[in-house]
Write a protein that binds this ligand. Structure first.
Ligand code: M6R
Length: 364
């Protein structure tokens, strides 16, 4: 079933252009230039606050969604990991909308959080990959991802499909709230439609990434930096590396470096900077220079323009296609997944079944 691939994870990384396209098909109408979720605008109009709950990689998809929902729809978003949400006595106004994100639809903490939200009279929306799962059954509003079965314990294609659905949801909410002109909606749909081709272009750098994995494999610690929606991508990159290569890694908001973590920097701690061209590029690059001034070894992931501007002096660069900032999180998922994958292969770990981990965490 793995075909020509060595691992399920590798196969699933390479499936992303197709499954993201499949997922988008059900959420956008490209010819009309409209997003089209299985929910009526009138239902979303009353949403004044959105609560998002998830675990692990699905939580990072939720963090990206917070940036989008607040930017487009101007609806405030509360977000928690499920194990915190359950027990912290969150303040939930009756009739509020709570969104749960899960590949499996069975994660024990997320499911318990969903039931808690229900008991607090919340409307339950679910973004889920397994259509027969408990969460899918218990949802009021069901937003399926169409990633197909994900076998590798490290989530890859389910994540990018979650992002595709969440971008469409943010746009739909924005429209319902009267925050989106026709033209803006058409533009968003246009950018989303570019995602599959951009994912393909990102995958074309597989060999370059494989060739530089030896720079990361010997490290004991690795830092990932990003800003805005690329901050959760830094955390996602770090999680992927931790779980399959067993290298300690942390994702930080680039601007937080000087508030502590920069003390860790020496030439044994590679720093992976996720910095697509766009409004936040210069800021992230200036944080990167602070790291470099302290002898840090940098891997810059950016587009040709970004690499030309800031690539000099980096230990390595990974070039991504130039994309609109909206779809950058989807596209930049690919290099962080591939980097973790190739480092794990070099280290000889069990990529699809990493130690101590289960695909679906059905215990608290
Ligand atoms: O099935 P879920 O999306 O609810 O799972 C949540 C996490 O357990 C999951 O994302 C986990 O962090 C992955 N191993 C990450 O690669």
């Amino acid at each position: 079933e793995k075909g020509n691939y060595r691992h399920y994870m590798q196969k699933e990384i390479f499936e992303q252009p197709i499954v993201v396209a499949q997922t988008l098909q059900t959420y956008v109408r490209p010819f009309e230039g409209e997003v089209a979720l299985p929910v009526v605008d009138a239902d979303l109009q009353a949403v004044n606050r959105l609560t998002i709950v998830a675990c692990g990689t699905s939580f990072y998809a939720g963090l990206v969604a917070k940036y989008w929902v607040e930017q487009f729809a101007r609806v405030p978003v509360d977000i928690d990991v499920a194990s915190e949400f359950r027990y912290r006595e969150p303040v939930l106004e009756p009739g509020g909308l709570a969104l749960f994100i899960s590949q499996s639809g069975e994660t024990a903490d997320t499911l318990a959080a969903l039931r808690h939200a229900r008991s607090q009279q919340q409307r339950i929306a679910v973004v889920v990959n397994v259509p027969t799962s408990s969460m899918a059954r218990e949802a009021d509003l069901l937003f399926p991802t169409h990633a197909g079965p994900e076998i590798g314990v490290a989530s890859t294609k389910a994540f990018t499909c979650q992002l595709a659905v969440l971008a469409a949801l943010a746009a739909n909410l924005a429209r319902a709230k009267g925050r989106l002109t026709r033209e803006e909606e058409q533009e968003i749909v246009g950018h989303l439609q570019e995602a599959p081709a951009a994912l393909n272009a990102a995958l074309n750098h597989d060999e370059d990434i494989a060739a530089m994995a030896h720079l990361i494999a010997p490290a004991r610690d690795v830092l990932y930096l990003g800003r805005g929606p690329d901050f959760p991508m830094a955390m996602e990159g770090a999680l992927k590396l931790k779980e399959i290569s067993y290298i300690h890694a942390e994702g930080y908001a680039a601007g937080e470096m000087k508030h502590g973590p920069i003390a860790l920097i020496d030439d044994n701690v590679p720093v992976i900077v996720i910095a697509p061209s766009g409004p936040l590029f210069e800021k992230t690059v200036s944080n990167m220079q602070e790291v470099r001034a302290r002898g840090g070894k940098i891997v810059l992931i950016s587009d040709a323009k970004g690499i030309e501007e800031a690539g000099e002096g980096c230990m390595a660069t990974i070039e991504m296609p130039a994309v609109h900032p909206l779809i950058a999180p989807l596209v930049y998922a690919v290099p962080v997944q591939l980097l973790a994958y190739h480092v794990a292969v070099l280290k000889g770990t069990d990529v699809d079944q990493p130690r101590n981990l289960a695909k679906s965490v059905t215990v608290e």
